[in-house]
Write a protein that binds this ligand. Structure first.
Ligand SMILES: [Zn+2]
Length: 263
């Protein structure tokens, strides 16, 4: 899951209408930015946890985040993203900090044009897969930049890439070839023997990717993951960092990425 509050008209109204306008437009982003002043959370290394969080849960969270950060370093070569982690205890807190329509997800990341980013987790997000997934969004967005991520990076790539460090869908010990095959099998199963395929264009935008029922969104994840896992076989382990650097410097995503690999 990823939320980016957008776009140009939002940014312009923000310039005119600060601070009441920005609160109205993006209350969850503002809440994240002011979390240090919230009485409901306490500071921990790397972020904030709800006061209601039991000590054992908090310990597990820090351990899971460590594992997630290790995956990011391994996948990207180094970790540049510095998202502030916000761990919510109640569904209400999670909805406040993650934004509307977030009740079905376990975690989300929010990024701002001025470079702050936040990783909001609900209780179900207290595991290394969800955290690594969200940190991968943050890593891409940090390297490419907020504006170019919004303009250039298709959602299928962003989500597909996040699934490379999120082992809920594949075997963590699989090599690149095996992972591509595993995603392909999962995709075929969900596409009911290819009767219901989605095209990459269908899921290039946030709305196209997440705008549908559970089956649509799962198929969208698999479609992105099939494409990205194949691309990784071709591009090699340095592919993501290289792509992020070049797109961040102004090259077009399509030109760096090359032709799509799905038949
Ligand atoms: Zn995601």
């Amino acid at each position: 899951m990823m939320r980016r509050f957008s776009f140009l008209n939002g940014f312009i109204s923000f310039l005119i209408a600060l601070p009441i306008g920005v609160w109205w437009l993006y209350p969850s982003v503002v809440r994240c930015m002011l979390i240090a002043y919230s009485g409901e959370f306490r500071a921990v290394p790397g972020g904030y946890v709800s006061h209601q969080t039991p000590a054992r849960q908090q310990k597990a969270l820090l351990r899971h985040d460590q594992q997630a950060c290790d995956r990011i370093r391994q996948f990207w070569g180094e970790k540049q993203g510095r998202a502030i982690l916000i761990y919510c205890h109640t569904a209400d807190q999670y909805a406040d900090y993650c934004g509307n329509g977030s009740s079905e997800s376990a975690g989300c990341s929010l990024a701002t044009p001025w470079g702050d980013s936040f990783l909001v987790l609900g209780q179900e997000g207290n595991n290394p897969d969800v955290i690594a997934h969200e940190r991968c969004h943050d890593e891409l967005q940090t390297r490419v930049g907020w504006w170019r991520t919004n303009r250039q990076i298709p959602q299928w790539f962003n989500e597909g890439l996040a699934l490379m460090v999120d082992y809920r869908f594949t075997n963590p010990h699989a090599d690149a070839h095996q992972r591509a095959r595993d995603f392909r099998d999962g995709w075929e199963y969900r596409a009911y023997g290819r009767q219901m395929a989605l095209s990459l264009e269908d899921i290039a935008t946030m709305r196209g990717f997440f705008g549908g029922d559970y089956h649509h969104v799962m198929l969208a994840y698999y479609t992105g993951a099939v494409e990205v896992s194949k691309w990784l076989v071709r591009a090699g382990p340095g592919g993501p960092a290289d792509l992020a650097k070049r797109v961040g410097e102004g090259e077009k995503f399509e030109e760096v990425y090359g032709p799509s690999l799905r038949e």
